[in-house]
Write a protein that binds this ligand. Structure first.
Ligand code: GLA
Length: 389
């Protein structure tokens, strides 16, 4: 049996779609096929989105007599292999879900003590991506060990399967996840479709920029862009969604901070504003920058004046440009003053910065020493800065 052959798998943050945020338990093969179709016809595939992932609730509640997981025939009557073939024929990749523990979070069989058997079955079905959750973990076994176990099973199952760990940032995951073999790891609890959740998750990962990078990306959870409260789960959607400015800021934070971007809305019904956000090529380029450096935070001057929810993020890009995000997560308009010396560019260098607005898609001009945009509440400005003499 051949082992992992794709040395570039997990190089950049994964881009794709996941069924959970909008559909939770209510999934079926027609929905998944429709999403694959839309990925092609609406330009998601061409923008770089690649993985179509079925989350929890796809199996029966019991394994079969041989201990294999069994696909729910009411939801997926053609079986997973046929669905994988359909997705592959569209030039896309197919993801599935299981769990470290005895059960998944929704109570279906988990992979505990079945890791190698399940990995072999996923390979047989043509799976390219496995999300691996953290519920029902026997307390006497270390989670670290169980992620190492599934990683090894996947790397030796005969198929290239990207390993997406999901332990919600628990048990000091930052300290051991990279060496486990996971290509990405969830660092936060579950996102909900409201502004407070976006803000809470983003703030929780500021300062964690050295724990992300190629082949092991910090996954801040799936996107809620375009959901507008449309989840069938009260937990995720009960507060009624965000407005487009907030979705834009959410997408900017996730892009700048190097998170995988897994779309969570019903892309079949996405409006133009949603598509403009999800398909923004300038933001996607920042997210997918080859060096995958974490973004560092700068407090605006004067520092004593600003609360922690007002900050700049700077990401050093491969070719020498800087991606700079001016984020105002507070509830009132703010001026965010960035002194270029805070990014290593003193006045004496003779360099200025030529700024390009990644949302308006236009040049803002050339600035020396400092730039201080006024940003509305919950909004952001993301620029690409080029050094010029
Ligand atoms: C956990 C995960 C979610 C989702 C659900 C499925 O809560 O964090 O992303 O996969 O389980 O039950």
């Amino acid at each position: 049996m051949s082992n992992n052959t794709n040395a570039m798998m997990g190089f950049a943050p994964a881009l794709g779609w996941n069924s959970w945020n909008t559909f939770t338990w209510d999934i079926n093969e027609q929905l998944i096929r429709d999403v694959a179709d839309v990925f092609v016809t609406e330009g998601y595939r061409d923008a770089g989105y690649e993985y179509i992932v079925i989350d929890d609730c796809w199996s029966l509640k019991e394994r079969d007599a041989d201990g294999n997981l069994v696909v729910d025939p009411a939801k997926f009557p053609s079986g997973m292999k046929a669905l994988a073939d359909y997705i592959h024929d569209k030039g896309l990749k197919f993801g599935m879900y299981s769990c470290v523990g005895t059960h998944t979070c929704a109570g279906y069989p988990g992979s505990f003590e079945h890791e190698f058997q399940d990995a072999a079955l996923f390979a047989e079905w043509g799976v390219d991506y496995l999300k691996y959750d953290y519920c029902f973990k026997p307390r006497h076994v270390s989670g670290e060990l169980l992620y190492k176990r599934m990683s090894l099973a996947l790397k030796n199952c005969g198929r290239d399967i990207l390993f997406s760990a999901c332990n919600w940032g628990e048990d000091n995951v930052y300290e051991w996840i990279r060496e486990s073999g996971a290509h990405m790891y969830r660092s936060t609890g579950d996102i909900r479709d409201n502004w407070d959740s976006v803000k809470e998750l983003a703030l929780s990962q500021l300062g964690k920029q050295s724990y992300t990078g190629s082949f092991c990306h910090n996954d801040m959870d799936m996107l809620i862009v375009g959901m507008y409260g449309g989840s069938n789960s009260d937990f995720i959607g009960s507060i009624g969604g965000c407005n487009d400015i907030e979705y834009k800021t959410h997408f900017s934070l996730w892009s700048m901070m190097g998170s995988p971007l897994m779309i969570g809305c019903d892309v079949r019904k996405a409006n133009q504003a949603t598509k403009d956000i999800l398909l923004n090529p300038d933001l996607l380029a920042i997210n997918q920058d080859p060096e995958a450096r974490g973004a560092y935070r700068i407090k605006p001057e004067p520092q004593w004046f600003h609360t922690d929810d007002v900050f700049m993020l700077v990401k050093v890009l491969t070719e020498g440009d800087l991606a700079i995000g001016f984020f105002n997560l507070s509830d009132s308009q703010r001026e965010l003053s960035l002194q270029f010396w805070d990014m290593g560019l003193p006045y004496a260098s003779g360099y200025s910065l030529s700024l390009y607005d990644c949302w308006e898609h236009k040049e803002l001009g050339v600035f020396r020493e400092r730039y201080a945009p006024v940003v509305a509440a919950h909004d952001c400005l993301v620029v690409r800065a080029k050094l010029v003499k």
